[in-house]
Ligand binder design. Structure first.
Ligand code: CP
Ligand code: NVA
Length: 304
């Protein structure tokens, strides 16, 4: 069977996402009971990163190690996209590793790698998508709500890579999604066309009002206003998003039991108030922990 790639969540069907969640839950429960199954013994994971990372890098390395495999971190010296043509790079690295996780400055470079690789390629974040994050987020939402059947996710902030992947994940899993953003920072129309083509019944609310977005939400999510690579836009974005902080007033408009989610790293006092991210409603550490369990599920599903 041809190797599967996960460049965005459009690459997975709803059933496949549910299978990954079920494997993740099984592996999480096993680890909590002290069991580590060597199901990926002898497998090799390459981590090709052009941007900084704590969660994605370390959780993938821990995940494959728990499953009996090995990982290797590949920094800029391997010359991806600079030392030789990407198709040559892809065909060569495929001889050595079973899966490559890429964090790239240019999304098209990940697509070109995947198009030429015979190993699996997983997107570990580009400007366009962060599929591993959104898989974990919906898995965490399922844990929080008990089931995704009655869950509703609200996102306040930039319609960035994380928000796009969340929208696709919600669309695929039938979870209503609401986003509040200032003018000019919403989803692009071609992206939304693709989401609705994949899931015509998707319930999406786009608004300029954070209170309207979070009304009745099971979880309220935000991310930084300026993503990696947008540092020179920080001043302009801070001004545009000034009314979009998730604070106690915003959380009070959600369900009384609502939890707060953030992919991290966070900027306290900007997109989220300390009282919220450090308060009792915050589930951000559970969410970060789940990165490892869900990526284990993903690796097991891809290679098992
Ligand atoms: N959330 C996330 O992807 O974190 P890192 O940038 O630390 O990997
Ligand atoms: N939107 C953020 C996510 C970091 C995990 C970024 O791309 O920098």
């Amino acid at each position: 069977m041809a190797k599967r790639h996960v460049i965005s969540l459009f690459d997975l069907t709803s059933d496949e996402i549910r299978q990954i969640f079920s494997l993740s839950a099984e592996l999480k429960s096993e680890l909590l009971r002290g069991l580590r199954r060597p199901s990926l013994s002898g497998h090799v994971l390459g981590l090709l990163f052009e941007k900084p990372s704590l969660r994605t890098r370390v959780s993938f390395e821990a995940a494959v190690t728990h499953l009996g495999g090995n990982s290797m971190f590949l920094g800029s010296d391997v010359g991806w996209g600079s030392r030789e043509p990407v198709p040559d790079f892809a065909r060569v690295i495929s001889q050595y590793v079973d899966v490559v996780v890429c964090r790239a400055k240019i999304h098209q470079r990940v697509e070109e790698l995947a198009a030429n690789a015979t190993c699996s390629v997983i997107n570990g974040l580009t400007d366009v998508a962060h599929p591993c994050q959104a898989l974990t987020d919906l898995f965490t939402l399922q844990e929080i709500a008990g089931s995704l059947d009655s869950a509703r996710l609200a996102y306040v902030g930039d319609a960035n890579n994380v928000a796009c992947s969340l929208a696709v994940a919600c669309a695929k899993l039938g979870v209503p999604f609401a986003i509040a953003h200032p003018n000019g920072y919403g989803f692009a129309k071609p992206f939304l066309d693709r989401v609705f083509e994949a899931a015509p019944g998707f319930e999406l609310l786009q608004t300029g009002d954070p209170m309207e977005a979070v009304a009745d939400a099971t979880a309220v999510y935000t991310d930084v206003w300026a993503s990696m690579g947008q540092e020179d836009e920080r001043a302009r974005r801070s001004e545009a998003f000034a009314d979009y902080q998730v604070n106690e007033r915003v959380m009070a408009s959600a369900q009384s039991e609502a939890r707060f989610l953030h992919c991290l790293p966070a900027r306290r006092g900007e997109e989220v108030a300390s009282e919220v991210i450090d308060g009792p409603q915050s589930a951000v550490i559970q969410q970060a922990e789940n990165r490892m369990h869900v990526q284990k599920g993903l690796l097991q599903w891809l290679l098992g």
